[in-house]
Design a protein around this ligand. Structure first.
Ligand code: AP5
Length: 226
């Protein structure tokens, strides 16, 4: 299955992508995670991206498009993928369309996580990530076994710099202006399905099952998982 997850910051795209990636046995490709990884490694890309990310602005299209082009050309993406956080501008949407046409790998569906402001604020305010491996937690919804410590690698948990109040405001403005127009873009291509990002993880998963069935993507799901 080839999926795009679209929605505002804190909608739960990354969390749901991890569940789907396991279920479907296809890679979760998050441009946010890749950029944060580049930042931790202090690579040239990470250093270029840092200023934009900390302020909640978008990293320039050319850098991100190249990152995704490289990632999609890896062998594991041939069996399907979940794109999380890409595309998020009209230019990225057009580039993705061309890339996938060139690879003869058309998108199956774009899942739009429509999420209320109250939920967004609660999710972003309570989110913590591991400073070492990047795993995501939430102070009330998904707590680590030991406060402040990552279950997986024992790294210390921290708040993402762009989860500070000023950066959140900016991310929401950027989302409305630059990313939300992609909802109509995919709707016109008959590739859009809307689900409530307010749902709890398990309920969201059930809602997704229904969408996959409606779109005849179930066989694809079983095939990938098997
Ligand atoms: P990115 O990492 O993509 O951030 P985002 O799109 O703002 O999305 P978030 O990671 O904030 O939210 P999410 O929807 O994944 O929520 P999550 O699952 O973590 O991008 C960061 C930055 O990188 C950008 O601002 C930009 O600078 C740059 N960038 C990235 N891609 C780019 C691109 N294509 N072009 C240009 N620049 C780019 O959940 C949030 C919290 O809620 C967590 O604590 C989680 O545990 C909890 N939670 C999640 N789901 C549920 C649920 N269903 N029920 C209860 N709690 C839940």
């Amino acid at each position: 299955m080839r999926l795009v997850l679209l929605g505002p910051p804190g909608a739960g795209k990354g969390t749901q992508a991890q569940v789907l990636s396991k279920d479907l046995n296809i890679p979760h490709i998050s441009t946010g995670d890749m950029l944060r990884e580049a930042l931790r490694a202090a690579s040239p890309l990470g250093l270029k991206a840092k200023g934009y990310m900390d302020q909640g602005a978008l990293v320039p299209d050319d850098l991100v498009i190249e990152l995704v082009r490289e990632r999609l050309s890896k062998p594991d993406a041939a069996k399907g993928f979940i794109l999380d956080g890409f595309p998020r501008t009209a230019e990225q949407g057009e580039s993705l369309g061309k890339m996938l046409a060139g690879l003869s790998m058309p998108l199956d569906v774009t899942l739009y996580f429509k999420t209320s402001m109250l939920v967004i604020i609660r999710r972003l305010g309570g989110r913590r990530i591991c400073s070492k491996c990047g795993k995501t937690y939430h102070m009330t919804n998904f707590r680590p076994k030991v406060d402040g410590v990552c279950d997986v690698c024992q790294g210390s948990l921290m708040q993402r710099p762009d989860d500070r109040e000023e950066a959140i405001e900016n991310r929401l403005v950027v989302y409305e202006k630059q990313t939300a127009p992609l909802i109509d873009y995919y709707k016109k291509k008959n590739l859009l399905e809307e689900i409530s990002g307010d749902l709890e993880v398990d309920d969201l998963n059930i809602a997704l099952e229904i969408i996959f069935k409606k779109r005849n993507l179930v066989g694809n799901r079983i095939q990938n998982a098997g």
